[in-house]
Ligand binder design. Structure first.
Ligand code: SIN
Length: 305
């Protein structure tokens, strides 16, 4: 059996893993080596893999429980394997795929549900000649590099995550959007979360947050803009330029990512994605998505003074 080699690709995240054929069942040692590298580098790239859907599912299942994609419209799933979400920009029978513009703003998978994903494994099946890259941000570093004063403010703070903030959702087929909204009402998560395996804290912010609990809309938007800009600054990001056959596995418990639309949309880009269920239910449903605006607060002050 060949030896696994792990070569870092970036300072904040990313490592290439060679010396392994993911179409074969993993030995216990290989599983442990990959898990260790995953925890350390957050994003692992396995180049040149040839995998059937069943083999991709088996590999992903070595690291947890496969998500059955209950929050996704059934038409976006692989017809024979519902564990595989098909990320495709292809037009079939005159209709755009329900995932043709998926992942276009910074997000942590399924943060708009009460149980964000543990991680995901993507296999690159078709790619445009240039562009269509994906970027990941290391949210441990994002938290750890904030000032103690801001960290104190964030301790105990909660945010409302909302599926309707998925960028470009309004351009998708109405039935796909209706299905997503029905399946995923807004949820509240703590802004600082602890990784269940490493015990390290990270910042759960992204562009699918509507507001912070207990803040006015103006306060929320200013703080959110600052945190998102900080969290996704180049120092914390690994950018992946895809090659056919790449398998990329990321730890969703301490990262966010974005799929860039920087390519000729007439060229196919197709990725098969398996996701791992989150280990913990860290969020709660909320009906309260509206914050208090500045005007209402001024009126409240006027009424008591
Ligand atoms: C996603 O999972 O958000 C999309 C990733 C990609 O298509 O590169």
């Amino acid at each position: 059996m060949s030896t696994i080699t792990v070569t870092p690709l970036g300072f904040a995240a990313g490592a290439q893993v060679t010396g392994i054929d993911l179409s074969k069942p993993l030995s216990e040692l290989q599983q442990r080596q990959i898990n260790k590298a995953w925890l350390e580098h957050i994003v692992l790239v396995f180049p040149g893999q040839e995998l059937t859907p069943a083999q991709q599912i088996a590999f992903t299942g070595s690291f947890g429980t496969l998500d059955q994609h209950g929050s996704q419209a059934p038409t976006t799933l692989h017809p024979e394997h519902r564990e595989i979400l098909v990320l495709s920009n292809k037009v079939v029978n005159g209709k755009k795929s329900g995932t043709y513009n998926s992942g276009r703003n910074w997000h942590t998978d399924l943060s708009y549900t009460t149980r964000p994903a543990k991680g995901a494994v993507i296999h690159c099946k078709e790619k445009p000649p240039v562009g269509g890259d994906t970027m990941w941000a290391n949210l441990y570093l994002a938290l750890e590099t904030l000032s103690p004063t801001i960290r104190k403010l964030l301790d105990g703070l909660e945010a409302v995550h909302d599926v309707t903030l998925v960028q470009g959702i309004e351009l998708r087929a109405p039935e796909v959007v209706a299905e997503m909204k029905k399946r995923t009402p807004p949820v509240v998560h703590p802004v600082v979360r602890t990784h269940p395996e490493t015990g390290r804290k990270s910042l759960l912010v992204n562009q699918r947050i509507r507001r912070f609990v207990g803040m006015s809309d103006e306060e929320s938007q200013s703080l959110l803009a600052m945190l998102n800009t900080h969290a996704t600054s180049p120092e914390f990001v690994y950018r992946h330029r895809w090659s056919l056959g790449d398998v990329v596995m990321w730890d969703n418990r301490c990262s966010c990512h974005v799929a860039l639309g920087d390519f000729d949309q007439t060229k196919p880009r197709v990725m098969f994605r398996c996701s791992l269920e989150g280990e913990v239910e860290s969020g709660r449903l909320t009906n309260d998505i509206g914050g208090t605006d500045r005007q209402t607060m001024l009126q409240a002050v006027a009424a008591v003074s």
